[in-house]
Design a protein around this ligand. Sequence first.
Ligand code: ATP
Ligand code: MG
Length: 173
Amino acid sequence: MLFSIEPKSRREDLYDFDHELGMLVRFLRGSRLTLVTGLRRTGKTSLLKVALNEAGIDYVYVDVRLSMYAGYRDVIDLFVQALNELLRRRSSIRDRVINAFRGVEGLKVSINPPEISVRFRGKPRVSIADLLTRLNEIGEPMIIAIDEAQELRRVNWLRFDRLFAISLIIYRT
Ligand SMILES: Nc1ncnc2c1ncn2[C@@H]1O[C@H](COP(=O)(O)OP(=O)(O)OP(=O)(O)O)[C@@H](O)[C@H]1O
Ligand SMILES: [Mg+2]
């Protein structure tokens, strides 16, 4: 499937990039913050997805492409979708993920099928800081992979730099 237009996620579908892949896997395993930058359509998402699958560490993958008029709910939805994708992909840690997210205000956690959803009504709103803290409580190292991170500039009412600082602190403890 070398010529499919989708980003690749399997090693055998990734052409070249041996050196970059080796480096990225090493960074994912050993450093707190890694940035992948490059021109459009040069394989950043493919490289990231393959590296995530090769690193042997749990991860959530969040594609943060947002519409022009994205609201808080849209941002939360992206993170919750990413958590649900983790639940589907990693059945062996499913119970721990579900338990970690129980009792988060504004979230509904179902067991069968395992799924996390945002409650439509009522305050308080779900906080992303809370989600990151709960993710840490799973007790496994966890990579938070943010694709299209430049899009977060649109969400200028949320301080992502501070949120990332929280995850770096969590990483250290
Ligand atoms: N090394 C590679 N091996 C196989 N396919 C690749 C490789 N690099 C890029 N592609 C293909 O090129 C296209 C663009 O790749 P990808 O989406 O990974 O790039 P990107 O840099 O993330 O792009 P964008 O800037 O749009 O986010 C996809 O069809 C992808 O499958
Ligand atoms: Mg991309």
